[in-house]
Design a protein around this ligand. Structure first.
Ligand SMILES: [Cu+2]
Length: 166
């Protein structure tokens, strides 16, 4: 009887070792796949806001293109010198430009846009003349054409660019 108990204990030990080995293998595999998905490609752009009047202001870059899900870093440099030239850059769903800009008119404390608006992908702080602001965000998973605008009151119609997600 005693022999049988010892034998079954030894078996149990063998099983326990086998289990811990297979767990280790599973863990390693999971870590490897996580590393792959955690390394999205970061693409960086510098966009200048140019001009010194409501008539000639605009972005010098009219279009940027990224892969879906990539990390997008945008440096917005305000090259204006006139004190009235305050600019931001807000990425929105196409067709929502006017709505997002209109909602932002009274949102001075939130850089003139509502980050909770479902049509807003991301937006920057306001850059004073001579200043640079940077934003980093994840490009939409859904490929398509989006827009970037300046939501400083009165600017969105003149300050636009196309954001293409492939
Ligand atoms: Cu502006």
């Amino acid at each position: 009887m005693k022999k049988i108990i010892i034998a079954s204990m030894a078996l149990a030990l063998i099983y326990a070792c086998g289990d811990s080995n297979s767990n280790k293998t599973a863990e390693t595999t999971a870590t490897e796949s996580t590393t792959v998905t955690e390394a999205p490609k970061t693409v960086e752009f510098t966009i200048n806001a140019v001009g010194n009047t409501m008539a000639d202001m605009g972005y010098d870059t009219k279009e940027i293109k990224v892969k879906s899900g990539s990390t997008v870093k945008v440096n917005l440099t305000n090259q204006g010198t006139d004190a009235s030239m305050l600019h931001n850059i807000v990425f929105v769903k196409q067709g929502a430009e006017k709505e997002v800009a209109t909602e932002g008119i009274n949102l001075k404390d939130q850089n003139y846009f509502n980050p909770q608006n479902v049509n807003v992908i991301a937006g920057s702080a306001v850059a004073a003349p001579g200043a640079t602001v940077t934003i980093e965000f994840t490009a939409p998973a859904e490929a398509g054409t989006y827009t970037y605008i300046c939501t400083y009151p009165g600017h969105w119609m003149k300050m636009q660019g196309v954001f293409i997600v492939e």
